[in-house]
Design a protein around this ligand. Structure first.
Ligand code: HEM
Ligand code: SF4
Ligand code: SF4
Length: 522
């Protein structure tokens, strides 16, 4: 990770840590920005359907129907209108934060370009949907937006007649215009929904629902805001006068004041260039990982790698080598980010194997399993004391150099979930170390999306391959932390070593595995 990016991430994670303290890591909205985006979308959709029932699309009827919704049935229609407005604003806020966060966290390179590039039309569609919504109300703001947008569109050679003419005199505006706007305001969000689905369709187990507590809290906050500060219109549009003073919704309409300063063409050019640059960001120079490869001789077709891969980069295919197994794993190289999570999922990834060469059914060519075993053993050889710890860590958390020492060895992995539980078994039961400590990205925000979750589940015996029951759990610890929590990581590690020292004093036995035995993790 480059220095400026590391700094940006540090700053971001400081704020997130503060949010952790307020919301707890499970409900921290900054870890759920994509899911909150979906949540806001559904609130907008449901409230929009309600408003549609009572909306009347006519030159004067549009404004009057919105007024009736807002004031006559303020307890239902009024709240729905406000929910519609505030959830739309919420969608813009979480979308922009999500964009910045994915960039700062470096989640846009390699196969992730797809989600990023699909995110760009999402931006345009969200703004198009919001702006078309402001036209429908047909108040002074709507008049301003209609005039400014149509004049802006007229700078492009799209229409034979300037469309801005429609909004300068009552006789030129017909009810058909509102029907058209209503159609656009419904069609654009439907296209948006489809694109949002495409956006995440490569993600296995994509987080599209925020945790229940966060969802309820968010909805409750929106309802309170809707009752306390209902969304209202700004007086009926008067086509005889040009609106000069209007209150803007800055989340959607921030471009409009710029249109007073710069020409429409210049603004199109600016937005066009910004769009192209944004879409091109994933191709800025970044290390291209070497994708995982399958070794058919070691693959029994169990499919765990395909289930655990967070990026949908493994598919199961009919067996091609005449072996008795019905399926084999196939890596889709273009989608693989070389996180190694599939290696940790593979039942053949066991370091106990001595008689045959250590090779798993699926391997990272840049970091073979045999290397991992050799690195682990070499790192531990010189360790001293009765609290010897091997730390397996990914490079996404705090600086690891600070924690290595005479009793602590550090082995870095692309993702902690590359470590098959049998490695923990091997290191402890063979007495290479007194304890194994796992650390990676922060709770609920694994860089590889699911690595920390799979690791915890494998250790807890809830997911295959499981950590065998014979491994004393008091000799295994984990600490999930962002780059800003190096101090806490060091403290957690010291506490773990102190516990190991106490265990030694109380002579807690470690079950020694039979030399040469094969682990049957899972
Ligand atoms: C309505 C707006 C959006 C919604 C609702 C949304 C939602 C989501 C969701 C649910 C995920 C999956 C998160 C996970 O399961 O880990 C995701 C991933 C992603 N989004 Fe968005 N997104 C939106 C807009 C954008 C925009 C504008 C961009 C950037 C231009 C973007 C970039 C990404 C990237 C790069 C990922 C992949 C992250 C990874 O692979 O770890 N998204 N989005
Ligand atoms: S290395 Fe990661 S992305 Fe590649 S196949 Fe394995 S789990 Fe999937
Ligand atoms: S987890 Fe290993 S054995 Fe199972 S299908 Fe994947 S590569 Fe083959």
């Amino acid at each position: 990770m480059s220095r400026p990016k590391r700094l940006a991430r540090w700053a971001f994670e400081r704020v997130e840590s503060a949010f952790d303290a307020v919301f707890t890591p499970d409900w921290n909205p900054l870890y759920q920005l994509g899911a909150l985006g979906w949540f806001f979308y559904w609130i907008v959709a449901v409230s929009g359907v309600y408003l549609y029932i009572f909306f009347d699309s006519g030159v004067t009827a549009a404004y009057e129907s919105v007024e009736a919704i807002t004031h006559v049935q303020w307890y239902a229609g009024g709240v729905m209108r406000s929910l519609h407005r505030y959830a739309s604003d919420g969608l813009v806020i979480v979308m922009m934060l999500h964009l910045v966060r994915e960039y700062v966290m470096d989640r846009l390179h390699g196969p992730r370009w797809f989600a990023w590039v699909i995110g760009v039309p999402i931006l345009w569609l969200v703004f198009a949907a919001g702006i078309s919504g402001y036209w429908l109300v047909w108040d002074k703001l709507a008049h301003y937006v209609a005039l400014a947008t149509s004049e802006w569109l007229d700078t492009l050679p799209l229409f034979g007649e300037p469309i801005a003419r429609n909004f300068i005199h009552p006789s030129t505006l017909s009810g058909r215009f509102f029907t058209l706007m209503l159609f656009i305001h419904i069609a654009v969000p439907l296209i948006l929904l489809f694109i949002m689905w495409v956006h995440i369709h490569r993600h296995t187990h994509a987080r599209v629902n925020p945790p229940r507590g966060l969802a309820i809290g968010t909805l409750a906050a929106l309802v309170v805001l809707s009752v306390a500060r209902p969304a209202v219109s700004q007086g009926a549009a008067d086509l005889g006068t040009i609106p000069t003073q209007v209150g803007l919704d800055w989340f959607y309409l921030f471009v409009y004041p710029l249109l007073d300063e710069y020409s429409g063409l210049a603004m199109w050019g600016l937005l066009g260039v910004a769009t192209v640059l944004l879409a091109a960001l994933p191709w800025l120079p970044a290390k291209r990982p070497v994708p995982a490869v399958v070794s058919l001789a070691n693959c029994n077709g169990c499919g765990r790698c395909a289930v655990d891969c967070p990026h949908g980069a493994v598919r199961m295919a009919p067996r091609s080598d005449g072996s008795p197994y019905s399926e084999e794993a196939v890596v889709i190289a273009d989608l693989c980010v070389a996180c190694g999570i599939c290696v940790g999922a593979c039942p053949t990834a066991t370091p106990f194997r001595r008689r045959t060469a250590l090779e798993a059914g699926i391997e990272l060519p840049a970091y073979p399993l045999s290397d991992l075993r050799e690195r682990s053993l070499a790192a531990c050889r010189a360790l001293q004391g009765n609290d010897r710890v091997i730390v397996y860590a990914c490079g996404q958390g705090p600086d690891l150099k600070a924690i290595a020492g005479p009793s602590v060895a550090v082995v870095e992995l692309p993702c902690v979930a590359m470590l098959a539980p049998s490695f923990i078994d091997f290191m402890i039961t063979r007495r290479h170390v007194d304890g194994v400590f796992l650390t990676g990205c922060r709770a609920n925000d694994c860089y590889e999306r699911l690595g920390a979750r799979w690791t915890e589940q494998r250790i807890a015996g809830e997911r295959d391959p499981q950590l065998r029951a014979r491994v004393p759990r008091e000799r295994v610890a984990s600490f999930w932390a962002g780059v800003d929590r190096g101090g806490e990581l060091a403290e957690a590690l010291s506490a773990f070593r102190a516990r190991l020292g106490e265990l030694h004093a109380s002579q807690a036995p470690v079950v020694a595995a039979r030399p040469g035995a094969v682990s049957h993790a899972g």
